[in-house]
Design a protein around this ligand. Sequence first.
Ligand SMILES: [Zn+2]
Length: 581
Amino acid sequence: MTFCLFRIQSFPKLWKSNSYLPLGPRHSYLCLFMADSCGIRKQPRWFSLKTISSQNTKATNLVANSRYLRKYNGNDNQVPSDSLHFFSAGAAKKRSQMNSQSKDHDLPPVRNTIQLPTQPLNSEEWDKLKADFKGRSFESWIISQMAHDRSPVDVAKSLLAWVAAKNNGIVAYDLLVKYLHLCVIHKQTSEVIDVYEIMKARYKILDSGGYTLLIRGLIQSDRWKEAFLLLEDLKKVMTPSRKNYDDCIQGALLHQDVNTAWNLYQELLGHNIIPMLETLKAFFDFGKDIKDDNYSNKLLDILLYLRNNQLYPGESFAHSIKTWFESVPGKQWKGQFTTIQKSGQCSGCGKTIESIQLSPEDYEFLKGRIMRDVIDGGDQYRKTTPQELKRFENFVKSCPPFDIVIDGLNVAKMFPKARESKLLLNVVSQLAKQNLRLLVLGRKHMLRKSSQWRKDEMEEVQKQARCFFADNISKDDPFLLYATLHSGNHCKFITNDLMRDHKACLPDANTQRLFFKWQQGHQLAIINGFPGSKLTFQHILSYDTVVQTTGDSWHIPYDEDLVERYSYEVPTKWLCLHRKT
Ligand SMILES: [Zn+2]
């Protein structure tokens, strides 16, 4: 199929194509007839568009600014604070709520004082509004505001008509794109097609924002197949985004074109793009009307993809998965939403969830990776000096394996009201009573007498634990990771730091997932260690929160709509699926 660049169909409503006058190979004019139905003027007028020769058209020349302003309607629900695990969904948000009494989240944006019109305006009214405007480019400013505020399409259209009337029918690209944005969000398909025709006639290539909007708008229309051609055009400029693929896949499924949908999905994975969960959900939603083993196997592959990439479906996606399983004929799947007990047993079916402990192979692999990438990685000089790293390695190798490695500074600063050395001593002496071999990592400044660091208390710490004091400029968490991993799989570490930076240093999703799993199984976070009170740790989960199957059962953790989960937390709700026997 080829583009019909110059064949403009009659524009149905407001913008009508009256005639089209080719003026030679380099320039042609597309003249659009503008009727008065949007209240601009009594007289009809011309709205002409000049096609630009390919030499003049470069994507880089076009205004590439069409950001989509998606409003986040976050529900500020309250999460019960008790029973929330350190790594549980919602726990971080709760912690931050407890830590900050008042935080101004939304500062009011600096706004020009002009009020956006709610009705289409005529030329005189637009002229007047522009005269009141105190900024530089009135047209760009007002269309941006309208796009932001989701103004009605007819109001934006009256603006464009006014601009076109003043500029010999030319409307700048950025105005056109923002108008398109409004048409797409208001699902005005016929307007989308009109703008599509204008853009096709005027530009050989668009910027990614223009393509993205056109794809999104067209996929809903009866000209949905042209969205795939736009995707091809976009690929010539850049790798399409996961949202571009989502739009095309959803559109293909909407029009029952299953093969195209799967092909696009494969292509997306081939680009190493993580698909949107909406895309995956669409395959499950579509799947409940399809009785085909090949299709079913592809859905099971999607579940394994979620497992391998540590992804969790949202609540409605979990419902779609449940519905699909229960729709498979002859298999008798039964799904229920449930939780996992502390013991690691599913409250629904009683099966034991996979252990959080790493297999010996995974452990060795992760240890090797962390040593290489986090500790002696390319930027080791920023964290420590090679001399100090060597000194530390020799120190660790000279000691028998530790049971617990303590991040001294982090522990000491846990309760701002207590003296730092006293807090550290309290934690160390309570653990030493349990005959645990302890390593305390600290900085040299902790040994210098100060109001926070008393000499006698530090001497007591050194009697009860092995200590290593790094230079004051070193980052201590690489030492923490090294000493813990070197001591073996039994060794735990104490810090309330989440070490997200280190996870980010790791090279691939699989290693990051192993690190996260190891961290959940080995990190002790203190919830109470105030001097004089009993030391208590956050309970360590015994099971791994990940999509998993035994063949005749599936357990799928999912995110609840109303719980905001940070990337280092895991969901607490599960979908349990098993076959009735
Ligand atoms: Zn179960």
